[in-house]
Design a protein around this ligand. Structure first.
Ligand SMILES: [Zn+2]
Ligand SMILES: [Zn+2]
Length: 304
C-alpha cells in the first residue's frame, strides 16, 4: 500500500480548519512524515495512522510552520516507551535543530533521535524504495523530496509457463523472480514467461518554494505531485516576493513534468471560505488537480 494522508495543509500559520504543513505517508507499513507542523500529533490521532511507529521525518526547511510539531511528538513517543530510533532528515542546520527539539522536552527521550543533513541530489536508499532529495528556492536552506519505488518484476505469463511444461508451484516463483528452471532436460528462461520490469510508484513533495526547473526534473512522470500553492495567480508578485508559488505556477510544473495528479497545499488563510480560485487557476493549465484539506487521504495505485 502507498497511502498519503494530509495532516496539515495551511500556509504559514494555522486556521480553524487547517493545520500547518505535515504530510503522512504509509509505504507498505513503513510510516514517514514530510514536515511536521504544529498540531501534527492531534491530526495523526484523528487519522488513526499509527503515529507511534513513525520511522523518519523529512523536513523541507526550518520555518516554524514546518517543524513545531516535532518536540511534542518526541515527548509523546518517549512517554510511550518507544525503542526504535527516530531519524530526522533536513537541509543545512538540521543537527542543531534536532538538538533543540530534544532539549525542549527537558528530559532525555528513551530512544535515539538522529539527524541527517541532506542536500540536492542526495539519495536515501530504503527497502523497496528510495527518497531522492532536490533543491528548492525559498530564501532559506530548503529541499524537496521524491519517494520512488523500485521496479517490480514484469507480468508472469501463467499459460505460457504451463505450455512449456512448468508445473504451477515454487518453480513459477523462481521464474517470476528472474531465475531459470530446468524441465525435462530443457532450460526455461525467466524472460520466456515474464514481461519487462514494471516501474513502481512515485510521489513528490516540494515544501515551500518558487517553481524551478529542478523541481520539474525531480517530478518527471510522478504519480502524485504535492506542490506549494500558497496563493492564486493574481498575487503572483507576492508569491515572488515571499518565495512561494501560485496555483498556476504549480500547475505549469505538473504539466511540464508530465505527472498524473497535482495536489495543491500550503493554502493561504485568505482562501478560508473557498479555494475555487486556486483550482480554476490550476485547471486552466493542468486538469487533474485537487486542493488538499486536512485529513484528506489518497491511496496511490500502481501504474497500469
Ligand atoms: Zn510554510
Ligand atoms: Zn517557509
Amino acid at each position: 500500500m502507498l497511502k498519503i494522508v494530509f495532516l496539515g495543509t495551511a500556509g504559514s500559520f494555522p486556521t480553524s480548519k487547517r493545520n500547518p504543513s505535515c504530510v503522512f505517508v504509509n509505504h507498505e507499513g513503513e510510516l514517514l512524515l514530510f514536515d511536521c507542523g504544529e498540531g501534527a500529533q492531534k491530526r495523526m490521532m484523528q487519522a488513526k495512522c499509527g503515529m507511534l511507529n513513525i520511522s523518519s521525518i523529512f523536513i523541507t526547511h526550518f520555518h516554524a510552520d514546518h517543524i513545531l510539531g516535532i518536540p511534542g511528538l518526541i515527548q509523546t513517543l518517549s512517554f510511550n516507551d518507544r525503542k526504535q530510533p527516530l531519524v530526522i532528515y533536513g537541509p543545512k542546520g538540521v543537527e542543531s535543530f534536532v538538538k533543540l527539539f530534544v532539549a525542549l522536552g527537558q528530559f532525555k527521550p528513551c530512544f535515539d533521535v538522529q539527524s541527517v543533513e541532506v542536500s540536492g541530489r542526495d539519495v536515501i536508499v530504503r527497502d523497496g524504495y528510495r527518497i531522492t532529495v532536490f533543491n528548492t528556492v525559498h530564501g532559506v536552506p530548503s529541499v524537496g523530496y521524491a519517494l520512488i519505488e523500485d521496479e517490480r518484476p514484469g507480468r508472469f505469463n501463467r499459460e505460457c509457463a504451463i505450455a512449456l511444461g512448468v508445473p504451477p508451484g515454487p518453480l513459477f516463483r523462481k521464474l517470476h523472480h528472474g531465475e531459470s528452471v530446468e524441465i525435462n532436460g530443457r532450460i526455461v528462461a525467466s524472460e520466456e514467461v515474464v514481461g519487462p520490469p514494471r516501474r513502481g510508484r512515485k510521489i513528490v513533495y516540494t515544501g515551500d518554494t518558487r517553481p524551478t526547473e529542478e523541481i520539474v526534473k525531480a517530478s518527471l512522470g510522478a504519480d502524485v505531485l504535492i506542490h506549494d500553492a500558497s496563493m492564486a495567480d493574481d498575487l503572483g508578485d507576492w508569491a515572488r516576493t515571499t518565495k512561494h508559488s501560485t496555483a498556476g505556477e504549480a500547475a505549469r510544473t505538473a504539466a511540464d513534468a508530465g505527472v498524473k495528479q497535482l495536489i495543491l497545499t500550503h493554502i493561504s488563510a485568505r482562501y478560508g471560505d473557498s479555494t475555487d480560485v486556486l483550482i480554476n487557476n490550476a485547471r486552466d493549465i493542468f486538469e487533474n488537480t485537487a486542493v488538499a484539506y486536512d485529513l484528506m487521504e489518497l491511496v496511490v495505485p500502481y501504474p497500469k
